[in-house]
Design a binder for this molecule. Structure first.
Ligand code: UDP
Length: 461
């Protein structure tokens, strides 16, 4: 078997500068398709690219986006940035790799820098106890039952305090992402900065104890930013809507040579001559990987397909290994279920798997915005996704994708799209246009520049 290595990769941009779903038609008979022989499991050995991070490559310059969004949009961004020259920004979050926030910051930070708004990205540190608590907070804010203890409060605050002492806040705008570092607002009294809380999660139905604990910290910020209108809470501070975004030139989203896509599939044992249904996600119960396996199994009774579950852990998510084990148990020994536990540097491989897919699924039970959906739509993939969080902003049912509410609904849509390829292809095209209009990095840069002007130039909130 050939292994992927850094030198095998196509030239890639850098991450520089930064640390009415219908009911299933059960009457129909299962298809009698001749099932090809399963691939030799020997082919699914760990490729070398899993073991070694690729060498960093140079990020595309700001001007490179002209080929995607046109010159006029870039001129507008340059114009907005002109008055901000010299203003500085610090972004603070809880992980440098894994998950959508890191994915966005990875590119937003250098782009703002290129527009002469120097932006620094700091990641808070903490022990397992801290990340277990913040993961529980995250789930609780998404509505999962949780009993907030005094010990959890103290651990949360003590790690925030340690980080506060370690960090400097000399910039003009401090942006704190999500709840993990929210108590850093305690440093506000020693800084001249404006402070903004950028919340990426769905706060529409939070656990009252956890929200009650966090809320007094959030209220000290100058403003809060949410990813969807439906996520916002009643707060005494101004709130802004920023859709998340993807970078069309990143390793995750740029065009790939067909030969590279084929090579990745060969290495992972994915058979491109048969339909491929893929979910890319951290192994997290709220992403419902086990539900995806069940949906695949139901659909498979009627249509031939393979299921690829590609995911990995994030350093702020200690549950991943347990969930991965659970998913493997549900999958059993079906050779057409390919579960890939990827390290965080496999953006090109994820890109290739998404491009090789016939259908992309994101069957989340709770979701922030769901960047994996954005990525799939951008690649023109017919997409089936849970109608939760920010997903309905992206997936307009039957127009840019299919929204589902259950395992059965997901199974039905897999089956429907695999048997209606022209409809599926049209939805893929619509999805691509929807992302181009609304969810690309350049649009996000525009929002940040406008907010900076409001806060730092016009002095308003
Ligand atoms: N991702 C990744 N490797 C993985 C799993 C996910 O690089 O093993 C990426 C995925 O492509 C997407 C982001 O992480 O860019 C996940 O963002 P999303 O908003 O879908 O979910 P989150 O993980 O932030 O809840």
């Amino acid at each position: 078997m050939k292994s992927l290595s850094a030198t095998d990769r196509p030239s890639a941009p850098n991450r520089s500068g930064v640390p009415a779903e219908a009911r299933p038609d059960t009457e129909k008979k299962p298809v009698q398709s001749a099932q090809p022989a399963p691939l030799n499991p020997e082919r699914r050995k760990t490729p070398r690219s899993w073991e070694t991070p690729p060498a960093p490559v140079v990020a595309p310059p700001f001007d490179a986006y002209e080929s995607i969004v046109g010159a006029a949009e870039l001129d507008e961004l340059r114009f907005l940035a002109r008055e901000l020259k010299g203003k500085t920004v610090k972004m603070v979050n809880s992980t440098a790799v894994g998950g959508g926030v890191a994915e966005m910051l990875n590119r937003l930070v250098p782009l703002l820098g290129e527009l002469e708004v120097p932006t620094h990205w700091d990641v808070i540190t903490g022990g397992n106890d801290f990340f277990e608590i913040t993961k529980a907070f995250h789930n609780a804010l998404h509505g999962t039952p949780y009993e907030l203890t005094q010990a959890a409060r103290e651990i949360f605050l003590s790690y925030n305090e340690q980080n506060r002492q370690r960090m400097q806040f000399n910039e003009d705008l401090i942006v704190i992402h999500d709840p993990q570092p929210a108590a850093l607002i305690g440093a506000r009294k020693d800084s001249h900065a404006r402070w903004v809380w950028r919340c990426h999660i769905d706060l529409s139905n939070p656990n009252p104890q956890v929200w009650g604990f966090l809320r007094p910290y959030i209220e000290q910020f100058d403003a809060a930013i949410f990813s969807s209108q439906s996520f916002a809470r009643q707060l005494p501070i101004p709130q802004y809507l920023f859709y998340p975004c993807i970078d069309p030139l990143s390793e995750k989203n740029k065009d790939l040579d067909e030969s590279f896509v084929q090579k990745v599939c060969d290495e992972f044992g994915v058979d491109r001559s048969r339909p491929i249904v893929t979910q890319v996600s951290r192994f997290d119960r709220l992403k419902d990987p086990a539900g995806v396996v069940q949906a695949y199994k139901q659909a498979k009774k009627y249509v031939d397909c393979q299921l690829v579950l590609a995911g990995g852990g994030a350093s702020d998510d200690p549950e991943g290994a347990i969930v991965l084990k659970e998913v493997k148990e549900v999958a059993g020994n079906d050779p057409d279920i390919i579960i890939l536990d990827l390290p965080p540097w496999c953006a090109l491989e994820i890109n290739a798997l998404q491009r090789a897919s016939t259908i992309v699924v994101q069957k989340s039970l709770k979701e922030g915005f769901g960047l994996t959906v954005t990525e799939a739509l951008w690649k023109g993939k017919p997409t089936i996704a849970g109608a939760v969080g920010g997903i309905p902003n992206q997936v307009i049912h039957k127009l840019t994708g299919m929204l589902v509410h259950s395992v059965e609904g997901c199974a039905y849509q897999i089956r429907y799209l695999l048997t209606h390829p022209e409809f599926a292809a049209q939805m893929g095209k619509n999805g691509h246009e929807h992302v181009k209009e609304n969810f690309l990095m350049t649009t996000n840069v525009r929002r940040w520049l406008l907010l900076l002007r409001i806060l730092l130039v016009e002095g308003k909130v």
